[in-house]
Design a protein around this ligand. Sequence first.
Ligand SMILES: [Zn+2]
Length: 364
Amino acid sequence: MNIDNYLKNLETIVNIDSGSECRDGIDEIIAFFQNLYTGFITEVGNKDKSNPYLIIKNRESDDIDFLFVGHLDTVFPKGTATSRPFTIKENRAYGAGVIDMKSGCLMIHEIVSKLKDSDKNICVIYNSDEEIGSECSHDIIYEMGKKSKYAFVFEPARKNGNMVKERKGILHCKVSFKGKTAHAGVNPQDGISANVEAAYWALELSKLSDLVNNNSLNIGIINGGTALNVVPDYASISFEARSFDINFFEKVKAKVEDLIKNPHLKDIKVEIVDSSQSTPLFVNENTKKLIEIYDKVKKEMSINCDWESTGGGSDANILGGLNVAVVDGAGPVGGELHSEREYLEIDSIVQRYNLSKKVIDSLL
Ligand SMILES: [Zn+2]
């Protein structure tokens, strides 16, 4: 790869605002990549939705050998590219999305551009809503994942160089409680306190948290009540559970059902307002083999890094539970994601490019 060219391209796309809500910038970066992949089939999906995605293939095919996934969006608002443009100081590059994950998206191009004429079927997906939960792009990533043998997610490697093999799944849930108002002094007996029921749920649910086994449940938000002297008729709680184990989510859901059937306060009305779940990314048999190949190549290249399990999610979670072999954190090394201190280790670009390139070459 030509590192000067790569850094020039990186500067170009880091200096375009592409927060998940910056549609203009997202369109601009999609056009940039469409241009970059000369000779490939490119297609923009979800054009009429808030967040489009770009698909790139070397040919039309029913199955996919190598799937590459990256997101073009960042967590930064419009104006960041101007106030904090791409800069290089010593061995580090800075700027919005420089490591999360515009450098990874460009690295995918470096690798894929050399595979255009291979007999393997290649597919790249660049989405633009990863930072807000990939609602618009979930289905296409899942569909392509189902057809794929190997998937490489070019989110950054960790600060210490480690790659990612497991990510926790997340269950989000918001529950509302409808009770009955009453004067707290005159007729409290007529009231049904939504706050009390919400508190009961919070206590009962948090008992499921089991940190020893990496199963966590956090009651993130509790709302309720209007005044000190009013029995509150409305409350809500929002919680999230995280785990590497899909069975934990079943346990949480069963508890929710149980709490609905057996409320603490008679006549309270309970409603699940919002609920969503992502699958955990875990090491299946195919992933295990792919990790072994990475480890072999790492050894040959004298790269000292390990595999990490993390509680944070990425689009790799969408591929969790499928047959496809998945590695995540295949991008360059960096840190301080989602902050203005976000950085990319420039030395790691060529190293991580060579690592994934060698692994993929060995699978050709
Ligand atoms: Zn990311």
